[in-house]
Design a protein around this ligand. Structure first.
Ligand code: PHB
Length: 391
């Protein structure tokens, strides 16, 4: 650039600013969506993007006079360095207003310091280890936490006469949280945990663990594995090794019977009891509208799961925040709005707890049953207004 051109462009920028204060480079609201879109956890990103598309199909791509721009970034899986680099690029180069997504805890933990430094609101659409929201004041979580959904499973089991269990969890943040919360309520209710098994996050080989469970002869096995293929693999091994015949029941968080993979699990999963915040068969007008727009916006994508719902709610919260701020996004002001968010989600009533920026919601007890010939998590009991209990 020559000096005259620099001067000319500064003058032009100045003139623009004079005509429309603050409008410079601000005609859109940019949201960086960070999640796995490839590798074994690729469905996480696809579900989130699907939920966002469903919302935008219903509500349009403009809010408070600004165009909503989603910039999608693929972390490839639980790779903290990649998540961190992508967040840095989104903040520095793309100048995003919000960071969103986060399928896996390691992605969220890696990005938290960037949100904190850059004062960028970080809207969590899955990552569910309790401690995440303590890592930056700019985080609000619209998904769930593992303690929130695991404690109720133990409470329900005790109430229904189960006294002796083995636990099996993925060996990282959410798994440890699930194991801890389950144990706290189960031991507190007079139950006994005879063995606690932790399996690797990546490509666990379930067969030897399933044999160990069988040999321990518990009344039930409590499971947390990250949603997706691992649930299918576990349930296949459980059936093949005859645990059902040995009288060992499966109780789990709903990650195991995630709606997206449930149809592929078939009859192997009938009767499994889980506690969770979302089921595709949840009976409400909001859920019907969500299912309809998800289908329309994502032809051939199959059933939406809890990650699609958390993304649908997370983007709704961003739209509401943009409206309240008249389209001018400032990190601190946006957080003040986000942390008092309260509305009816397709899953039921939700609110953000202003003290922790974590979600308060109903946790349902469900049983896998056939509904019109298809397997679903049918809700039959609930724990209202559950907070995270992990911090
Ligand atoms: C997480 O990494 O926080 C996570 C992943 C999958 C789940 C739940 C939690 O199903």
């Amino acid at each position: 650039m020559t000096l005259t051109r620099i001067v000319a462009s500064i003058a032009a920028a100045g003139a623009l600013a004079a005509i429309a204060p603050g409008a410079f480079a601000e005609d859109s609201i940019k949201i960086g969506l960070i999640a796995p879109f490839s590798g074994p956890f690729a469905d996480y990103g696809k579900q989130m993007e699907g939920g966002i598309k469903a919302y935008m199909q219903q509500h349009g791509d403009k809010v408070a006079g600004k165009k909503i721009e989603i910039i999608v970034k693929d972390t490839t899986g639980p790779v903290p360095e990649v998540a961190k680099r992508l967040a840095q690029e989104l903040v520095v180069r793309d100048k995003v207003d919000f960071l969103a997504g986060f399928g896996l805890t390691p992605e969220a933990l890696a990005v938290a310091p960037i949100a904190e430094q850059a004062k960028k609101p970080m809207v969590i659409m899955n990552a569910a280890t309790s401690v995440i929201t303590t890592k930056s004041n700019y985080i609000a979580r619209f998904s769930m936490t593992l303690p929130q959904v695991s404690g109720p499973m133990a409470t329900w089991a005790i109430k229904n006469g189960v006294r002796k269990v083995v636990t099996l969890v993925a060996d990282y943040g959410p798994g440890i949280d699930a194991e801890t919360a389950f144990k706290t309520n189960f031991l507190g209710g007079g139950g006994q945990v005879i063995e606690s098994i932790r399996v690797p996050l990546r490509n666990p080989e379930f067969a030897p663990f399933i044999q160990r469970i069988k040999d321990a002869k518990p009344e039930a096995v409590f499971i947390f594995v990250p949603a997706g293929e691992q649930g299918i693999a576990f349930m296949k091994g459980y059936r093949e090794r005859g645990l059902a015949e040995a009288g060992i029941k499966v109780i789990a968080t709903g990650d195991l019977t995630d709606d997206h993979v449930l149809p592929a699990m078939g009859d192997a999963v009938l009767g499994v009891i889980t506690t969770f915040h979302y089921s595709a068969v949840h009976d409400s007008p909001e859920n019907k509208a969500f299912l309809k727009s998800f289908k329309e916006a994502n032809p051939g994508a199959g059933r939406p799961n809890f990650m699609a719902v958390a993304a649908y709610d997370g983007i709704h919260a961003i739209y509401e925040t943009a409206k309240k701020l008249n389209g001018k996004i400032d990190g601190d002001k946006a957080m003040a709005v986000l942390k008092t968010m309260k509305f009816t989600s397709p899953r039921g009533p939700i609110a953000i707890d202003p003290a922790t920026r974590d979600i308060i919601q109903t946790v349902y007890v469900r049983k896998v049953e056939k509904v019109n010939g298809e397997v679903y998590n049918v809700e039959f009991d609930k724990f209202a207004d559950m907070k995270d209990t992990g911090k």
